[in-house]
Design a protein around this ligand. Sequence first.
Ligand code: WTA
Length: 654
Amino acid sequence: MGSSEQGEHAIHTMFLEERRYPPSPEFAAQANVKADVYERDFEEFWETEGRERISWFQPFDKLYEWELPYAKWYLNGKLNVCYNCVDRHVESGAGDKVAFYWEGELADTRRTITYSDLQSDVVRFANVLKSIGVKKGTHVAIYLGMIPELPVAMLACARLGAPHCVIFGGFSAESLADRANDFEAEIMITQDEGYRRGKPLGLKKIADEAVLNTPSVKKMLVVAHSGGDVAWTEGRDIRYDDLGKDASSDPADCPCEPMDSEDLLFLMYTSGTTAKPKGIIHTTAGYLTGVATTHNYIFDLKPETDVYFCTADIGWITGHSYIVYGPLANQATSVIFEGTPDFPDKDRWWDICERYGVTILYTAPTAIRSHMKWGPEYAQKHDLSKIRLLGTVGEPINPEAWIWYREHIGGDKAPVVDTWWQTETGMILITPLPGITTLKPGSASRPFPGVDAAVYDESSNEIGPGGGGYLVLRKPWPAMLRGIYNDPDRFLSNYWSLFPGNYAAGDGARIDEDGDFWLMGRVDDVMNVSGHRLSTIEIESALVAHPLVAEAAVCGRADPVTGQAIVAFVTLKGGKEGSDEIVKELRMHVGKKIGPIARPSSVVITAELPKTRSGKIMRRLLRDVAENRELGDTTTLADPSVLAKIQQQAQAKP
Ligand code: WTA
């Protein structure tokens, strides 16, 4: 249980956390969720949500089927996700309602997009895709930044029944190519350039480099955003504007394809415990029902009056489920922000919240900790009085950050929902319900209605109140992954073999006397850096691919802002000694191979790595070194003196 050692430390302080925040009577009186929700029957709950929340072309005839570990939901239903997210709202007369306020990174680049606008944009985009050969079943890779065309492209794919795979705009050419290859993408959608802190960022350039190694990609559709010059490959590259200007935006010219409940909607790649990322499969009806239902109850969404702002990138699962599909299915008005929280200044988010009248904010603990570090004065410059609900996701939140968030952003009254879930779960699974739950800072509270979560020990015994162990899920839920693309064996071994018959989340958790869950972080070789999931082995492979490197071991070190920071221990070929240049070069190399988010914060170059007599690297001890802790048991080391040397070297580093 690697990082659970850290979790162990964190949890002691959390269990001393005794502050309680019961719901206010005013909030409770208007809450979407009713007090008896936890008593509802699991099947009745999802049956009702499926029937009432979703518009079906043909109703489902069976709620679910579970041939362990494969679940199917809403069997034999026919529906279209784009129809549910866009067309039905226009048809019901809500066309003038705002779907998205888009706020660009550069000053004064803004767009207000109503549901009618969104429909026209999506239909036009879908017609362009059709004209370049996309049809039901065509695999479309999307490499776009946070521009309006990103949700539009996703919805256009959903409209046509073409599965999409969005690859986060911060990934390198190599990471992009790996994912597009595994997905067998036929079309790549990208943009000329994005912006990062006001400077152009060449997305097409990266896509060009990636596509050299993705033989399945035949066409590249390029959206103009910055208007900057980009290299052009005749015959392969297509300007969206060239085709878009003549394409019809009339929905009658591009009907929504009826899809089966279990048709593939998208893949989302995530890091696991090996070097190869996993293509997580999400299908149509269960996913949509799951994200729409949770979004409605957990964020207490009032579509008529709320303005909802989720700060995640759409290139990750949080953006898919809680910027695009859940909110749109619920006819929400949302903010999409292209930029970073501190450009041009550290009050950018608060300026956005004030200007659009944001009422619900959903962000990550790492962002909250950055704002804490910058100080509350940036928020105090703005009127945030409309904010009535706050959410967090991505990693355990420390009680101090939770309280700061509620106090300084939530006016000392907004409930904070700490939501636990994963790329694989598709939807939030453990969370408070605002209006019902008495909140405890640092606890994600209880499983969502209909979700059966528990904590097990290594031998699959359930752990009772007060104890800690592995988080498992014992019953299927609608938005659950349907597998790993092209890798059924890994699906079984990764999630279903540790606690047979149960889904192993890879997280440690504790349950307190009230039955509330306290998440303790990953128990495997996955790190969580600023809410990004990264595999230690993926980074080790990138390091070992450098010509100077003989061996590498990577681990996470607790960091006050980013949650974890990446520490790499490296030995060089031929016993070469390290230097500042080599350290810099290796950091850049990892950034180039995987993406800047994967760059180690420190690289310790050492003559040897601590190994057992059978030659296994002892990562546990490296973690102790990285965290400056007293060393654990070293008796199995082949040469205990190695560790003393590494400790010296690590301490010599900043
Ligand atoms: C962690 C993000 C504690 C956890 C939606 C999980 C959390 C991983 C929380 C999934 C939370 C997410 N409290 N830990 N509220 N939310 N995590 O796939 O370790 O990017 O396994 O999905 O983030 O990360 P992923």
